[in-house]
Design a protein around this ligand. Structure first.
Ligand SMILES: [Zn+2]
Length: 106
């Protein structure tokens, strides 16, 4: 019996390919567990937290970010020159929920 163990360099980082989906953000109130809608911009979840704080007095939040990563062959890996682009949107990646932004008058 022969065992071959092959070592190759790979790298991982933010997926910056043309078709990569943007990060999806959401804010959760640490006090009551309520959450903002998911959004691909920072403005929506932040605005929700500001409104929620104003209405509830809750001041502690955590941000939940789903960011897409890409693993590619690193220099020295025999597959390095053959790196393929990230698929447009694999079926396992849900589409972000539509967001609604509203502002209070100043
Ligand atoms: Zn709350």
């Amino acid at each position: 019996m022969t065992t071959v163990i092959r070592y190759a360099e790979w790298s991982i980082g933010a997926d910056r390919s043309e078709n990569a989906p943007p990060p999806i953000r959401q804010v959760e109130c640490v006090n009551c567990g309520e959450r903002s809608e998911t959004c691909t911009s920072q403005l929506g979840p932040d605005s929700w937290a500001l409104r929620h704080a104003g209405l509830s007095g809750h001041g502690a939040y955590r941000e939940i970010v789903t960011a897409y990563l890409r693993v590619t062959p690193a220099p020295g890996n025999p597959l390095y020159p053959q790196a393929e682009p990230f698929p447009t949107r694999p079926s396992y990646i849900p589409r972000p929920a539509p967001t609604r932004h509203s502002r209070r008058p100043a």
